[in-house]
Design a protein around this ligand. Structure first.
Ligand SMILES: NC(=O)c1ccc[n+]([C@@H]2O[C@H](COP(=O)([O-])OP(=O)(O)OC[C@H]3O[C@@H](n4cnc5c(N)ncnc54)[C@H](OP(=O)(O)O)[C@@H]3O)[C@@H](O)[C@H]2O)c1
Length: 396
């Protein structure tokens, strides 16, 4: 058994949940209610910048436990997050009675499955990392067209059914990063999906599954779990004109953006990948206020103004998920996009960062156009073309 690094004493889940009045929501066809906010373990705090695997484990455990104490009952992780450390950290965070108070979701790294037996190899290692006998929600990770074909050719659904029968998995779902048409096709291909995880926020109503996909899944009885509700934090780091709009409104982008999503009745839970305790507390406070139609008319108008301001910027839609990394030539792909996007609203700052805060080998100018990264990007960003654009933009 793994040790309990944070040493937090066990508490009674039921009593604690009553104290917090966390808002609970239906979870598809299940006779179980999920907390409006779920914990996404992909953006845990780091001990230093620039290396996702340097997780501040003690603080991460404190944050996850605090969230559970305040009523969060759903934790989402996956094989690759934080250089494959996230599942182990979640497992250790859920010691001392916390495991019994939450449902765990993790995902099969379908792209690493080379033969049907690999399914069991990954699942058994994930059970070991999470130190649990059963994973409540097991998802095929980041489905898009090629991956869906691969899942079928390797009979992964049959392997998952076997794992449900022997109770290593309780329920099956998938996370999704392609277009609405494929989303419907995947839903219709199998009768026993319990949940679908989609990227959804006020800037992505017609991106990927979008509102149409959300409604389709909900109407088919699936629980819809929302990821990237703040576009990986892009919505909470506004610059220039957009920053002004938020500041003038006196509203916090995270609070308004999250409540905009909770206003959709088809949404079961929102995962936010919180990287600081303050974010956990703020998002839980927003979740407490959430209900259908919690957004005021004034807040709807604010969202509309912010959306219009974004549409004029022509930024690159990177959410810094890091799936494109590592680049074999040493480029920091997400950081190039971040600095480019920043330069669209703050040209001097963007240029200064590109010129002075970048190691030479990590810059767009070093792209060799090998193309390894492009099929890995859930947002389907033409990375090579954009690297050329960034290089031209900064005149390198
Ligand atoms: N299956 C998939 O394909 C897939 C893909 C993506 C995500 N996911 C899952 O979905 C989860 C949620 O997605 P996400 O991590 O992209 O969520 P997100 O909420 O869109 O972005 C998280 C980031 O938003 C910022 N943030 C959060 N709360 C804030 C607050 N109150 N105030 C200010 N900033 C705040 C933080 O940015 P800073 O750290 O910069 O402060 C944080 O790292 C992930 O953690 C992961 O579990 C799954």
């Amino acid at each position: 058994m793994l040790s309990d690094p944070a040493g937090t004493p066990a508490v009674s889940g039921e009593n604690e949940n009553k104290k917090t009045s966390m808002s609970l929501r239906p979870f598809g066809r299940l006779d179980w209610k999920v907390s409006a906010l779920g914990f996404g373990a992909m953006r845990l705090p780091l001990t230093g910048p620039g290396n996702e695997s340097l997780v501040d484990e003690e603080e991460s455990i404190r944050m996850i436990r605090r969230a559970v104490d305040l009523g969060v009952n759903y934790v989402d992780t996956a094989w690759p997050y934080h250089g494959e450390k996230s599942e182990g950290i979640v497992g250790r965070a859920l010691k001392n009675g916390y495991r019994e108070r939450v449902k765990i979701a993790t995902k099969l790294p379908c792209w690493l499955v080379e033969k049907p037996d690999d399914f069991d190899r990954f699942l058994d290692e994930q059970l070991r990392r999470l130190d649990t006998d059963c994973i409540d929600f097991y998802l095929f990770h980041a489905i898009w067209r090629d991956r869906w074909e691969h899942i079928r050719s390797m009979n992964m659904i049959a392997s998952a059914e076997k794992a449900m029968a022997d109770e290593r998995i309780r329920y099956l779902g998938f996370s999704f990063h392609d277009q609405t048409g494929l989303f419907r096709e995947v839903i219709d291909a199998y009768d026993n999906w319990t949940l679908a995880q989609i990227q959804y926020n006020f800037l992505n109503e017609t991106v990927q599954a979008g509102t149409a996909g959300l409604n389709y899944a909900a109407q088919k009885g699936l629980a819809v779990v929302v990821m990237e509700p703040l576009l990986g934090g892009n919505i909470t780091r506004p610059q220039g004109r957009i920053k002004e709009i938020w500041e003038n409104s006196g509203k916090k982008p995270a609070d308004v953006a999250l409540r905009w999503i909770w206003d959709k009745p088809g949404v079961s839970t929102i995962l936010s990948g919180m990287s600081a305790m303050q974010q956990v507390l703020e998002n839980i406070e927003s979740a407490r206020k959430s209900a259908d139609s919690s957004l005021t008319g004034e807040e709807h108008e604010l969202i509309e103004r912010v959306r219009t301001a974004y549409s004029g910027l022509n930024t690159i839609p990177c959410t810094k998920c890091g799936y494109c990394m590592p680049c074999p030539h040493g480029l920091d792909i997400p950081y190039n996009f971040e600095v480019f996007n920043l330069s669209r609203v703050n040209p001097d700052m963007g240029r200064a960062l590109y010129l002075w805060h970048f190691t030479e080998s990590a810059k767009a100018s070093q792209c060799q156009a090998c193309g390894i990264c492009e099929p890995l990007c859930p947002q389907k960003i033409p990375i090579m073309e954009n690297m050329k654009k960034i290089n031209r933009h900064f005149g390198q």
